[in-house]
Design a protein around this ligand. Sequence first.
Ligand code: PLP
Length: 287
Amino acid sequence: MARYAYVNGRYVDHREASVHIEDRGYQLADGVYEVVGVRDGRLIDEEPHLDRLDRSLRELRIGWPVARGTLSFIIRELMRRNRLRDGLIYMQVTRGVARRDHAFPTTPVKPALVLTTKNMKALAADPGPGVAVKSQPDIRWERCDIKSVALLPNVLAKQSARESGAYEAWLVDEAGCVTEGASTNAWIVTPEGELVTRQTDNGILAGITRGTLKVIATDLQLKFVERPFSLVEAKRATEAFVTSATSFVTPVVKIDGETVGNGKPGPTARRLREEYLRFADNGEAVT
Ligand code: PLP
């Protein structure tokens, strides 16, 4: 079956989909993106993702390439064409095509819009054995709250983690605190039973999965706290896990080769994963 991509107004064969070489996203990473998880034909948290896209665009003074309702339509049409059941929708907006110059184009340019889909195996409620993470210095810029396509530090951190056999990199700031993962938010459960994740500010991306889990954790009456936590504290935690639109809640059982808790996915991560899947299964099916 042919797979489609959406590129600036057209649904095209994915193998032939391309953008202009002077697209400012390609040349200058002058653009933003979103990833929305899809489970059993349902979009997970579509509206919060589009809200965050709106915020990222406003922060960079890039206009919407199409109306928000039109984007929702395109998402659904691409899902239908690609018969997407489980996986993700990727969407990217750049400032558009212009003669290369660091400053914004002085004549009006239409923002460029690209969407693709990816099929993935549906995640089970059972998290399996859990994953390892590797710490890395957080060398990113000071606007990590913007979901920009400028991801080189994240790419290098993830690659370094993968080369050492870890699933994810945990980024550590100058104070020795874990900010977040290369493409996930980071969480721990302390020996006192606090569920901790870093507060949202310009130092991390406000994950949509993180936001939904915050609501779920509050409903479950867990002791949820938003504050910085150090790498040392993380290594002494009873549980650790990461969250994102595509990994949901994934338990972390090793940090820099040191075992977390008893080395197995803990009860809090398991429970939150189950509850998150229940939430994801509740939406309206598209495909
Ligand atoms: N932090 C970073 C740096 C990310 O790139 C991502 C997702 O790609 C997340 C956190 C998790 O965000 P979300 O839950 O919206 O996928």
